[in-house]
Design a protein around this ligand. Structure first.
Ligand SMILES: [Zn+2]
Length: 290
């Protein structure tokens, strides 16, 4: 099964979406759908399902700025998204749960919607001059009417790596995680860094080990709110793990110990198709002969 949020069925229609007449025709299309959010979670209909409705009806609801935004075309059907004003609809379960249970193509579409809507919410003001910005091109950018600066939705690349040497790997845990949960190391890339350099720096900072080789595995968009997780296998020189202050613990694990972690209740809460961390760990388990 593909990782959640990686299904690329949605056509963003980048060459068409800046044409207001085309967007109008898409809104009027009988197949046009809108997915609605309440806060950072999907809004819920009376049956407790994600609130999805004909786009032209959604456009009449009280929506937060910038109103309905265009997401793309899914099997030829236009998809839009909007964030309802308070009191318009009930908030559904935590977005992670909604995404875990959604069909893959909808999980990706909902993830794109969430990242874009949260970006709009957090970029109401121009970072150049401080004036209020307005949404443009059906939500694919914002423009400052005062200084004309165009602002585009940003993606924050992060490296996430399974650190290994010989027949052991390193996993860590953060203090706020459920008891007994360990996972891969991860961190944001910094300006001026290659992916390999970011991986080596994060591993050195978090567990004080020296990376000797980096293997790229895959990427996963992560709409919390808008990361791109770059999944890596990082081979290190064997040595003592010294966890950074941010980590509650980090240590070496054998494959048998990792398999025991996966038999826990925590692992069952986080299915393997949802988490790139788990996918990297499973890849390492599968590569072992012990
Ligand atoms: Zn400005």
């Amino acid at each position: 099964m593909k990782l959640t949020f990686t299904d690329a069925a949605l056509d963003h229609a980048g060459l068409l979406r800046s044409d207001p007449d085309w967007i109008e025709s898409q809104l009027a299309d009988r197949k046009a759908q809108a997915v609605l959010f309440a806060g950072g979670d999907l809004a819920m209909d009376e049956q407790g399902a994600p609130l999805i409705m004909r786009a032209k009806y959604a456009a009449r609801l009280p929506l937060k700025s910038p109103g309905l935004i265009f997401l793309g075309l899914l099997d030829g059907a236009p998809w839009f998204a909007g964030a309802v004003e308070k009191g318009v609809a009930e908030k559904g379960p935590d977005f992670r749960q909604s995404a875990i249970h959604a069909p893959p193509e909808l999980a990706s579409t909902f993830g794109r919607a969430r990242s874009l809507l949260m970006w709009h919410r957090e970029h109401a003001f121009c970072s150049n001059c401080g004036e209020k910005t307005v949404g443009a091109d059906a939500g694919s950018k914002r423009i400052c009417p005062s200084c004309q600066t165009e602002h585009f939705p940003r993606v924050n690349p992060s490296v996430i790596m399974l650190v290994h040497a010989g027949d052991k790997c390193v996993l860590g845990r953060q203090p706020n995680w459920p008891e007994g949960m360990y996972s891969t190391l991860a961190g944001f890339m910094e300006p001026g860094e290659t992916v390999d350099a970011a991986c080596a720096r994060e591993v050195a900072e978090e567990v004080h080990l020296k990376v000797t080789s980096v293997e790229y595995v895959t990427t996963q968009p992560w709409p919390f709110p808008s990361q791109l997780m770059i999944g890596l296998m990082a081979e290190v020189e064997p040595g003592e793990v010294v966890p950074d202050d941010d980590l509650e613990d980090a240590r070496w694990f054998t494959r048998d110990e990792v398999r025991m972690l996966f038999n826990s209740e925590i692992a069952r809460m986080m299915p393997s198709h949802f988490s790139i961390a788990r996918m990297l760990i499973e890849r390492w388990l599968a590569a072992g002969s012990d």
